[in-house]
Design a protein around this ligand. Structure first.
Ligand code: C2O
Ligand code: CU
Length: 552
């Protein structure tokens, strides 16, 4: 494969993602950041310079497994030190598998501030896709707040707790409309009709297509909070890829997409070529308070400025969880996908709860709320700097009589930085168990993302996971993914092989949830990790170790 070079300068800048001026995080003056495009087998060399004046930064390559380069995973406190203002860090890693990915900041809540972009890996030359298409385009979905991430972070870690609330806008490729609606003339709204010349930063990114062709739409959700539903007026979508893996094609009117997930869908432009059509996204899983995100699919047979004559597709009811489950359960591996091992070596049950720690509202896993240490785990584990984190591992399970249907009877939990140490090549099952929140009767959606691996999603269930539920596991064609949702009051079962030496975060991809401690750390065969660049680890308790030392 080739080596592809990118130079990324990360900075704060003024922008108008939703027509209101705010500070956004950009790369090379662009928001969203530049799209990275490579071929399977290529090596990416990204030279990242931190041009923020007061805070560190890192970039995580979401969905790229980083075999042999765990130090390039771009996760502050886990795989590397945050890159200090003015400093430059070289990411160098291989993209071994074709698919739809994205990249994003992984320090504090910088992803919420707009630090993200698309990462597309094409098949190596001479290889053929499992399906045919004539053209393709990219939809990078996100949500946007008018409060800065600093206001949001301080609110989340204050007493009294201040929730970030629902986003002001939904963005498609970094563009949304807060003050006006593209569909004002067609729907009930108090917003005025948007009027664009087209060169405004918040003008919708219109997608131009020819009639009677098939397009591959690559969709990635980097939302901070929102679970989304995407539909294209009058058109069917055929789902063919999820998180970089082929799936058994299935046809739907709309798709659900949770934060951290990617999909490819095929769209055939077989509708009236004298019309244009809406592409719409709307909020699911939380009571929405954000208008739909909209843009237009333009049949090149007519002008792009002709508005669709019918209203945008209606987003399904936010709390119609049976509908959400029906969609999610349809995602199954395409024949020929690697099958899961039939047995596990270790099972970890992870109870997701909302708790209080010293009066602060936090999320906890088996009663431990993750606090990231100042020395990255990759270094502290490899060099046995035991003072850098809690050396006691968090528990593999939780109390059998925990009542998931009610607020916790003892709502206190602990802050921790312990690690799950996995044996090299061990087959690990993780059962994610959802539960009721801190007060009231409610259980929220979470989408869990694993770094460094794909996992097989063996099954989902309602209520509490019970011995015997594993008989319902799908060992025949479970989808391989890197992100999986847990539904309210339900469980999700995952299986993966600990075959990638390194330290890997596994966490809820909802940014404020991770910020509030909703994650765990897996360490596997860290002794086998070689050639870690010194600048990746020279901070915290390791700073001294690396003075005058070229390599780890
Ligand atoms: Cu896309 Cu750890 O995240
Ligand atoms: Cu969550």
């Amino acid at each position: 494969g080739a080596v592809r070079h990118y130079k990324f300068d990360v900075e704060y800048m003024y922008g108008e993602p939703d027509c209101q001026e705010h500070v956004v995080m950009g790369i090379n003056g662009q928001f969203p950041g530049p799209t990275i495009r490579a071929e399977a087998g290529d090596t990416l060399h990204v030279i990242l310079t931190n041009k923020l004046s007061t805070e560190g930064t890192v970039i995580h390559w979401h969905g790229i497994r980083q075999y042999g380069t765990p130090w390039a995973d771009g996760t502050a406190s886990v795989s590397q030190c945050a890159i200090a203002p003015g400093e430059t860090f070289h990411y160098r890693f291989k993209v071994e598998r074709a698919g739809t990915y994205f990249y994003h900041g992984h320090y504090g809540m910088q992803r919420t501030a707009g630090l993200y972009g698309s990462l597309i890996v094409d098949l190596a030359e001479g290889k053929k896709e499992a399906f045919h298409y004539d053209g393709e385009f990219n939809l990078l979905l996100s949500d946007w707040w008018h409060k800065t991430i600093h206001q949001q972070e301080v609110g989340l870690s204050s007493i009294p707790f201040r929730w970030i609330n629902e986003p002001q806008s939904l963005l498609i490729n970094g563009r949304g409309q807060y003050n006006c609606s593209l569909a004002a003339n067609l729907v009930k709204t108090t917003l005025p009709q948007c009027k664009f010349r087209g060169n405004e930063q918040c003008a919708p990114h219109i997608f131009h297509v020819h009639p009677n062709k098939t397009y591959r739409i690559r969709i990635a959700s980097t939302t901070s909070l929102a679970s989304l539903n995407l539909a294209i007026g009058d058109h069917k979508l055929v789902v063919v890829e999820a998180d970089g893996n082929y799936v058994q094609p299935f046809t739907v009117d709309d798709i659900d997409i949770y934060s951290g997930e990617t999909y490819s869908v095929l769209l055939t432009t077989n509708q009236d070529p004298k019309k244009n059509y809406w592409i719409s996204i709307g909020v699911r899983g939380r009571k929405p308070n954000t208008p739909q995100g909209l843009t237009i699919l333009n049949y090149k047979t007519i002008s792009a400025s002709v508005f669709p004559t019918s209203p945008p597709p209606i987003t399904p009811q936010w709390n119609d969880y049976n509908r959400s489950k029906a969609f999610t359960y349809k995602v199954l591996a395409l024949e020929g996908t690697e099958k899961p091992p039939q047995h596990y070596d270790r099972r970890i049950l992870l109870l997701n709860t909302q708790n209080l720690v010293g009066g602060f509202t936090r999320w906890a896993i088996n009663n431990v709320s993750l606090a990231l240490p100042s020395t990255p785990y990759l270094g502290s584990i490899k060099f046995n700097v035991n003072a850098a984190f809690d050396t006691k591992s968090p528990p593999d399970t939780f109390s059998e009589d925990y009542d998931i249907y009610n607020p916790p009877s003892n709502n206190n939990s602990n802050i921790g930085s312990g690690v799950y140490t996995l044996q090299f090549n061990q087959v690990v099952d993780v059962i994610l168990q959802n539960a009721n929140v801190l007060s009231g009767k409610n259980s929220e959606i979470h989408s869990w993302h694993l770094h460094g691996h794909d996992f097989w999603v063996l099954g989902y269930g309602d209520g509490k996971f019970e011995q015997g539920d594993e008989r319902k596991f799908n060992l025949k064609n479970p989808p391989l993914r890197n992100t999986a949702v847990i539904f309210p009051y339900g469980w999700t079962a995952l299986r993966f092989k600990a075959d990638n030496p390194g330290v890997w975060a596994f966490h809820c991809h909802i940014e404020p949830h991770l910020y509030m401690g909703m994650g765990v750390i897996f360490a596997e065969a860290v002794q086998n990790v070689k050639r870690i660049p010194r600048e990746a680890l020279a901070c915290g308790l390791l700073r001294k170790v690396f003075i005058n030392k070229k390599h780890g």
